[in-house]
Design a protein around this ligand. Structure first.
Ligand SMILES: Nc1nc2c(ncn2[C@@H]2O[C@H](COP(=O)(O)OP(=O)(O)OP(=O)(O)O)[C@@H](O)[C@H]2O)c(=O)[nH]1
Length: 213
C-alpha cells in the first residue's frame, strides 16, 4: 500500500470516528473528542507528508518531491544543478557491508547540506547519487560550490563502526540558461557531465560547458 492509499484510508476512518463520537456521547464530550481528532489528524497528515517527500535513510528530499518542486521553480532566473555520485561505492558495500554503505550515504548527505544555503535543495536521486539545485547561481559559482563539496568529502573521515573510511565523489554541473530553460534537460546535462567526470578518472567536477570542448 502506498502513502496516498494510506491517507485515503485514514481520512475515511477519521470521518467514521467523528460520526461515532457525535452519536455515542453528549455534545460537549463530542466536541472535545472532535478537537482531539483534528489535532491527531494534523499530526498524522504532517507525518505522512514528510514520509511521502523524504528519503528515509538520509532525510533529504526524495526524487518525487524534488521533481514536483523543480516544476514550481521552472521560471527561476538562473538555477544550477549538481549531480553528485560517490566513487567506487560498491567496494564499500562489498568490503564493509551494506549498513556501512548506508552510514556513508548518511554522512555524505550531511557534508552536502553543510555546504549549501537554506534555500538550496538537495535530493537523494538514486542509490549513491545526489541532485542539488542552487538557486540564482551561475555556472562559475556552481563550480566553486561543487569544488567545496568535493574537497570537504575528500578530506572527511567517515566513521563506520571501528573503521575510518576515506571516499571521493564525482560531480557534474549544468545550469538553466537562455539556451536551456527546461529543468529536465538541464538535469540530464548535469548527468552527462557527471559521466564525463567518472570517465576522466573520478574525484573531479566537470561542467556542461566543458562537454562541448
Ligand atoms: N548500502 C547501500 N548501498 C546501495 C544503496 N543503493 C544502492 N547501493 C549500492 O550502490 C552500488 C553502486 O555501484 P556502482 O553503480 O557499480 O557504482 P560504484 O561502485 O560507485 O562505481 P562508480 O560510480 O563507477 O565510481 C551498488 O553496489 C548498489 O548495491 C543503499 O541504499 N545503501
Amino acid at each position: 500500500m502506498n502513502i496516498l492509499d494510506e491517507i485515503a484510508i485514514f481520512e475515511e476512518s477519521y470521518y467514521q470516528e467523528v460520526e461515532d463520537l457525535l452519536s455515542n456521547t453528549g455534545i460537549i464530550c463530542a466536541w472535545i473528542g472532535v478537537y482531539k481528532l483534528i489535532q491527531q489528524q494534523i499530526i498524522r497528515t504532517k507525518t505522512l507528508d514528510y514520509e511521502a517527500n523524504t528519503d528515509p535513510l538520509t532525510g533529504l528530499l526524495n526524487r518525487r518531491s524534488f521533481n514536483q518542486m523543480a516544476n514550481i521553480h521552472e521560471k527561476s532566473e538562473e538555477n544550477s544543478y549538481l549531480m553528485l555520485d560517490i566513487d567506487y561505492f560498491k567496494q564499500i558495500n562489498d568490503t564493509y557491508g551494506h549498513s556501512a554503505g548506508d552510514s556513508v550515504l548518511t554522512q555524505v548527505a550531511q557534508c552536502i547540506r553543510q555546504c549549501l544555503r537554506k534555500e538550496d535543495r538537495v535530493a537523494r536521486w538514486g542509490g549513491e547519487e545526489f541532485l542539488i539545485e542552487i538557486n540564482n547561481c551561475n555556472i562559475d559559482t556552481a563550480r566553486i560550490i561543487a569544488e567545496k563539496i568535493r574537497v570537504l568529502i575528500e578530506n572527511c573521515h567517515f566513521n563506520v563502526g571501528k573503521h575510518i573510511l576515506h571516499i571521493t565523489v564525482s560531480i557534474g554541473i549544468a545550469n538553466v540558461s537562455a539556451k536551456n530553460q527546461n529543468p529536465d534537460e538541464v538535469i540530464n546535462l548535469a548527468d552527462k557531465s557527471l559521466y564525463q567526470a567518472k570517465h576522466l578518472g573520478r574525484n573531479r567536477v566537470v561542467s556542461a560547458d566543458e562537454l562541448a570542448q
